[in-house]
Structures are given as C-alpha cells and as structure tokens.
Design a protein around this ligand. Structure first.
Ligand SMILES: Nc1ncnc2c1ncn2[C@@H]1O[C@H](COP(=O)(O)OP(=O)(O)O)[C@@H](O)[C@H]1O
Ligand SMILES: [Mg+2]
Length: 241
C-alpha cells in the first residue's frame, strides 16, 4: 500500500503540490485524472522518490521514504515499473535488448534474462519482434515495449504516465485493454496518470481528480457521474452519457 500525507512541493516559488493526501490500495487501478500542468507527473515523481517534497510524508508498504538515504531509495525504486509518456526506447538496441536493460543492470544470468524478456513480451502480446529495432514498430507497439520493460522485474506497482496520449483511439483502446489485463493477471497495483477521460472510465477502479495541485475528487469510478466538481463535469461532458 502507498500512503501520501499532506505533500507540498514548490518550484521557483510556485507551489505545484498543495497538500496532497492519498492512499493507493493493493491490487487496485487508481487513475489520477487532471488537466495539463496541474502537477500529476510531479506527484508520480515523488512516489518514486525522484523528487523530494518540501513537506509531507510518503509511505511505501509502511516505510516512510522521503528521508531515506540514496542506497535505500534505489531498493524502493525496484518495487516500481514506470511507463513513460514517451516510451524512451534506445533506437540502436533491439527490442530484446531494450526490454532486457533493467535486468542487465542487476546481474541476472543470460538464461534468466532470456526467460524474463520472453515472458514480458508475451504479456504485452509482442512475441516475435525481439530482433527488430524500435523504428520498425508502430507507436502502439513501441508503447507496449515500454510496458514490457516496466514489468520485466515483476514490480509491485506499475505506474503509467499518460499511457494513451498521442495514440489514435483504436490503439489507445488496445493499451487500455492491456492495462486491465496486466492488473488482473499479475495482481499488480496500477497507478495511471491521464487527461484521457475515456481511458479513465474504462480502466479505473477508483478515480481521483487532481486540480491545481490538490485532490478535489476521490470516488469509485462507477460513482463518478454523481460528482459535482465543475472540472470533473467538464471532463465527463466530453464523453456524454
Ligand atoms: N523539474 C521541474 N522544475 C520546475 N518546475 C517544474 C518541474 N517539473 C514540473 N514543473 C512544473 O510543475 C507544474 C506541474 O507539472 P506536471 O506535473 O508536469 O503537470 P501535469 O499535470 O501535466 O503532469 C508545471 O507548471 C511545471 O512547469
Ligand atoms: Mg504530466
């Protein structure tokens, strides 16, 4: 479980996180919805301790991480798989090598690596592309390679930052299906940041609306339509019901 208590963060005198408190339960898919620039990515980077807050606490499985020494932070980071907005694949490496990258850094044997990479690519339905290079794949396939790389170490938490942004609706929906599949199959806790309300409604167990550095709505997804916050209403209006 992840527990965030009264998190504050400013950059250059501008307060970006203004007292975020949030619990993320084991096994759930939590979607953090919000407009651009509202602090979603900054919040994710705090959870992985890439940023240190000005104030507040973050507990990962009961352990407070904001004041841990660097060595301990590296250990904590292994509990996370992170799917970037841009897949950030290495163009000069094959798909196999891209997915294997996090393992190579941790000294697994060649056989172990081969098995884990095969398993990851199977999970994202991409077996058979091992020897290709990123530029030979479509945008949606590259995204799935990014997911394969994120799960190759069997993390407890899978974090996606804008996983469907920039994809056509059909490809976006395949990514939605993949997120649902992995959450169910691996019993992994998923944290998804997005401004894609369609994706949010499809994949979320629980929906949180972030606005101007605060959490202004926190609801089971099937009750989202009962919420009255004007920003959530705006999002929902674009879907219609
Ligand atoms: N490393 C940084 N240094 C200074 N300002 C930052 C940094 N990262 C993010 N910000 C600012 O924080 C605000 C929120 O950014 P972000 O979390 O990326 O928004 P989004 O909700 O679109 O993900 C923006 O105004 C952004 O400019
Ligand atoms: Mg962002």
């Amino acid at each position: 479980m992840i527990k965030i208590v009264d998190l504050h963060k400013s950059f250059n005198g501008k307060e970006v996180l203004r007292g975020i408190s949030l619990e993320i339960r084991d096994g759930e898919t939590l979607v953090i919805l919000g407009m651009s620039g509202t602090g979603k990515s900054v919040l994710l980077k705090h959870i992985m301790r890439l940023f240190k807050p000005d104030k507040g606490e973050i507990y990962i499985d009961g352990r407070e991480i904001t004041s841990l020494p660097r060595k301990e932070i590296y250990k904590i980071r292994k509990s996370f798989g992170y799917v970037f907005q841009e897949p950030a694949l290495f163009d000069s490496l094959t798909i196999y090598e891209n997915v294997a990258m996090p393992l190579v850094e941790h000294g697994f044997s060649k056989n172990e690596i081969r098995e884990k990479v095969k398993w990851s690519l199977e999970m994202v339905d991409l077996l058979g592309v091992e020897d290709k290079f990123p530029e030979e794949l479509s945008g949606g396939m590259r995204k799935r390679v990014g997911v394969a790389r994120a799960i190759v170490q069997m993390p407890r938490y899978l974090i996606y930052d804008e996983p469907t942004t920039g994809l056509d609706p059909v490809t976006a929906d395949r990514i939605n299906e993949l997120m649902i599949f992995l959450n169910e199959k691996l019993k992994i806790t998923s944290i998804v940041v997005t401004h894609d309300i369609r994706s949010a409604l499809k994949i979320a167990d629980r929906l949180v609306l972030m606005h101007e550095g605060q959490i202004v709505v926190d609801t089971p997804v099937d009750r989202a339509w009962e919420e009255e916050h004007p920003v959530l209403r705006e999002f929902l209006k674009t879907v219609g019901k």
